[in-house]
Design a protein around this ligand. Structure first.
Ligand code: WA2
Length: 283
């Protein structure tokens, strides 16, 4: 192909890739804003009302009916902060015990032989973050201590001291083992001044709302809405560690030589993402 043709092809690829990146980012932003609104809803109707106006059924129904507002999420879940001194009363009120997250794999650790599927009761910790509400698709995380999972724990700690929406790296979700990322907003017991210190924020935190982004399925759905999807290959990476990018979406199939890279901004300055596009076939 002559240089004019190559130039034209590059431009076509660049504009297709940028368009896709912009769409993904817009949908991400919309989802993110609605998660923040959901965190405020919980603060208002669960924590600031006596008696609370939200229970699991109300939450699950509301989350399901407003799912269209969070187009890239496959579910939401809410965990509360429980200190060890509050554990007994909390468990009595809930009617269940706080459980560890990683226990399903180590079946030998199951104390109750008659129920090999049961998750292990959490050992004593200073504090816990058990899930109390979840959209139906993620009901299986209810009662699990989110501080007992590496990615969830890091995310919760970062969310509550920053007051911002924070993202995990892509990791395999419980049960489905599908690759997902979780966006978390902390809920606080009072409105914080804008100059609140990280410690003040940590102490004022009372819960953590997480949106579960099922990147594989949802990016696919998004890209299918665009014309010419057959001709271009799209990969999305978490490039937070530049020498160790994590693929969030796409295959490692080879395409033709030229590729274009569009940056993505998912609102968490701690993480970087990019979209890489290639034509599927050599011209
Ligand atoms: N929710 C669903 N599946 C998961 C998961 C999770 N975390 N972690 C691993 N698999 C309540 O950030 C707070 C939800 C975490 C929120």
């Amino acid at each position: 192909m002559n240089s004019q043709g190559i130039k034209k092809r590059r431009e076509t690829l660049a504009s297709m890739c940028d368009e896709r990146a912009r769409m993904l980012q817009d949908q991400f932003n919309v989802s993110m804003n609605h998660l923040q609104a959901l965190a405020i809803l919980i603060s208002t109707f669960y924590h600031s009302k006596e008696p609370s106006a939200i229970d699991q059924m109300t939450f699950a129904r509301y989350a399901e009916r407003t799912a269209f507002e969070r187009p890239l999420t496959s579910g939401v879940a809410y965990a509360v902060k429980v200190l060890h001194s509050e554990r007994e009363e909390f468990e009595r009120n809930q009617g269940w015990t706080i459980k560890r997250m990683d226990s399903t794999e180590q079946s030998t650790a199951c104390k109750d032989d008659s129920a090999p599927e049961a998750q292990e009761v959490s050992p004593v910790e200073e504090e816990y973050a058990p899930v109390i509400f979840a959209q139906d698709a993620y009901k299986h995380v209810i009662s699990l201590d989110m501080l007992s999972g590496k990615e969830d724990c890091e995310n919760i700690l970062r969310a509550r001291e920053s007051e911002k929406g924070v993202l995990t790296a892509p990791f395999p979700l419980l049960k489905s083992k599908r690759l997902g990322v979780i966006l978390t907003y902390a809920v606080y017991k009072r409105e914080l001044p804008s100059n609140a210190s990280p410690l003040e924020r940590i102490q004022a935190a009372i819960g953590y709302l997480g949106g579960i982004f099922d990147i594989e399925a949802l990016v696919d759905k998004l890209l299918h809405q665009l014309a010419c999807k057959q001709s271009i290959m799209v990969n999305v990476y978490d490039t937070t560690k530049p020498n160790k990018p994590i693929r969030m979406y796409g295959s490692n199939m080879m395409g033709s030589g030229i590729y274009h890279c569009s940056t993505l901004h998912f609102g968490d300055p701690f993480r970087n993402h990019e979209m890489q596009c290639r034509f599927k076939y050599k011209p």
